[in-house]
Design a protein around this ligand. Sequence first.
Ligand code: COA
Length: 315
Amino acid sequence: MKIIGTGSAIPRREVTNDMLAEFLDTSDEWISTRTGIKSRRVLSTDEDLTQLAIQAAKEALKDAKIDASELDYILCHNVSNDFETPALACVIQGAVSAHCPSLDLNGACSGFIFTLDCANGLMKAGRAKKILIVCAEHMTKMTDWTRRESCVLFGDGAGAIIITDEGPDCEISISTTYSDALTCNARVVTTPFSQQEEKYAKLVMKGREVFKLAVQSSAHDIQEVMDKAHLTAEDVRFFLLHQANLRIVDAIKSHLDQPEEKFPHNIERRGNTSSASVPLLLDEINKQGMIKEGDILVFSAFGAGFSSGACLIRW
Ligand code: COA
């Protein structure tokens, strides 16, 4: 599997920690020292996630220098988007004028890795040669804006990649175990047959538990993909970790005993954009020309489930 193009899109509106402190009992000092986040991008009235997803997809196609008609599959990952149905992937397909099967997946914040695993399976089964993956997330729609311990963490955005089957094997490790550390119930509505108190979807998180699970699972997954590839941390050029908390990135960095420059991050400007966070970061460093042909990259992500996964690829 080879990544031949990347793209991303973020909302126009930047929301700083000080702006949150205007309506929440919080401060820039608390948020930045506990999480590393200084600001995040948030979708507002005149924008929607579909526009971001399409923009990221078009950028990735342009970067890969291929026409959408060459795509064999579009996989879109999202936890929350503009549609119950159709899949956002179908809307992207129409917008880029592709003619291939298109569907959405939901693997929580680990979704980029889970989607890579599905895409890799499709390619290995001979079902697809070129696949567009778009991770698009409107997290600020499902956060509870009265809960300061969770709403300060999230942001919105979309990241996209194009992969082909013309490349060396990648290594992927994924796992899911049930935990209630991070959940968001679906919206509850009343029907003629089911009278219930109507409720909006709200995210509930046990922060400390998530923190511990994140560090444990990310360290384990990264080691597993390096072992499978018979490589060590020294061989890896960049570790692109889910941007959930800079202290989690630091803990993995200390565990692997690798230098700071191998762990690029943008959480300070983006917050946690769920499954979009790793492809957003990948696009940033790709566009800055930081990745060279043959570089080994490790992606690692974790989230609700509890789910986690890592992927090792050669650029
Ligand atoms: N501003 C100010 N104070 C806050 C606050 C905020 N935004 N959020 C919580 N606090 C307060 C708490 O009420 C608590 O006060 P108390 O001591 O008077 O009870 C205090 O800060 C410490 O809270 P705690 O939850 O123990 O802090 P923490 O050091 O564990 O940091 C998180 C909280 C959420 C930043 C941290 O646990 C974390 O990042 N966890 C992982 C979350 C994550 O990655 N989620 C997404 C996974 S995909």
